[in-house]
Design a protein around this ligand. Structure first.
Ligand code: T4K
Length: 369
């Protein structure tokens, strides 16, 4: 069976090919392929409108905005972060030469503010938190701690395209926030990402940094990197923006079916929508309580596979359990009890716009049996 006909954890939605051709023809005419071209600028402007944000800088993936955010604020020393995420979150901290300090998470998989406070030392400079699965962190508590101790806050909002709290973009919280437009996200540019900041000075600094640190032709202000998004992907993103609301609606319908059916299954927990939050339904994680459900998470994961449903265990193992981080004092299991628990319970079920209601029901049947 080829991957395309398989029911996998996610599948990207692409814009209609015929609608994309005129964009390509235009790029072929212009011959500006990258370096802040026409589509790059248009895409940033349209993103600001759709996402209700003021300053955005698009990147070639969702990992470089994380390192660039840290680099642009000259973060050093220790950065308090979550072990319950994709490794990119922690790798970014290591890449700027800072030390990640892991703290435990709540049942949403989001960092616990009280644990942040306990982990602060004289070397702490920042908090790198993740709005896991697009569910908002405790932003007010985190902000209070940051202000009390003079720390920067960076939100890895890779999962948060279009997520809002009380009509305000979740990306507007913290000193900076990042997005991923990877193929597996609710909104994609094949690979891609963005860094959201708060003022024009920060935006200018980010633009320098993502272009090797260049200011003009002959001056470099900081060690930069090449993080620029090319014109083809910017044009693709611009076009796909027209379809994002439809994408989110379709995912929401599937989430409703999952919730209706799985609500009656003992030992299976999932998230409901949070009041006042606009969700994007990027993932549909369930948490399996082995004792109550009568089967382990891994056994259910395998059973789904046998039925040709290819779910994923995001996020297992914890980042703190991977080789580069195992030896850190903060990776000690006794600090990370809830993170360990949920990483042993989680399965992200298939979730994407083209997943049919029938398929969602068939997946639920396997789980119910
Ligand atoms: N921060 C957080 C919190 C993140 O979750 C991520 C990435 C990042 C930062 C970094 O952002 P990027 O630098 O990636 O933009 C995937 C993604 O590669 C990664 O973007 C994502 N998080 C992570 C949670 O998942 P894999 O290795 O599990 O994906 P893969 O290739 O196994 O794909 C999963 C399924 O999706 C496949 O079975 C089939 C389907 N698929 C995948 C691709 C790539 C498609 O249908 N089409 C495709 O093109 O990491």
């Amino acid at each position: 069976m080829d991957l395309n006909s398989k029911i996998t954890v996610t599948k990207p939605s692409l814009p209609p090919l015929a609608e994309f051709i005129p964009y390509l023809e235009d790029i072929w005419q212009r011959k500006i392929l990258t370096n802040n071209g026409f589509y790059h600028q248009e895409f940033e402007q349209e993103l600001c409108k759709y996402l209700k944000i003021k300053y955005v800088s698009v990147f070639t993936n969702g990992t470089l905005p994380l390192t660039t955010a840290l680099q642009s604020m000259r973060i050093t020393g220790e950065v308090i972060t979550t072990p319950y995420s994709f490794p990119a979150t922690t790798h970014a901290i290591q890449w700027v030469g800072a030390t990640p300090v892991f703290v435990d998470v709540d049942d949403y998989g989001n960092i616990l503010p009280e644990k942040i406070e306990e982990a602060i030392t004289p070397k702490t400079t920042a908090i790198m938190s993740v709005h896991c699965y697009g569910n908002p962190c405790k932003i007010n508590e985190i902000q209070e701690i940051a202000e009390k101790y003079g720390l920067k806050v960076i939100y890895d909002a890779a999962h948060c395209f279009g997520v809002e709290i009380n009509g305000k973009s979740i990306l507007e919280y913290g000193d900076m926030a990042t997005l991923s437009f990877h193929a597996t996200k609710t909104f994609n540019t094949l690979e891609g990402g963005a860094l959201i900041c708060r003022n024009s000075a920060a935006k200018a600094r980010i633009e320098y940094l993502k272009n090797f640190g260049f200011v003009g032709e002959t001056k470099i202000i900081m060690p930069g990197i090449n993080g620029k998004m090319d014109e083809i992907r910017a044009a693709y993103g611009l076009l796909l923006l027209k379809y994002i609301d439809d994408e989110i609606d379709k995912r929401k319908k599937n989430a409703k079916i999952y919730r209706n059916i799985l609500g009656n299954v003992k030992g299976v927990r999932f998230f409901d929508d949070i009041e006042n939050v606009r969700h994007n339904y990027i993932y549909f994680p369930i948490f399996v309580d082995e004792k109550e459900y009568g089967m382990s998470r891994d056994a259910l994961y395998e059973k789904l596979k046998q039925n040709e449903f290819y779910a994923r265990r995001y996020f297992y193992p914890l980042i703190s359990e991977f080789l580069p981080y195992k030896g850190l004092p903060s990776s000690n299991a006794k600090n990370l009890q809830n993170a360990i628990k949920i990483s042993r319970e989680v399965i992200c079920l298939p979730m994407y716009a083209d997943l049919s209601a029938k398929d969602v029901e068939r997946i639920c049947e396997v789980i119910k049996k």
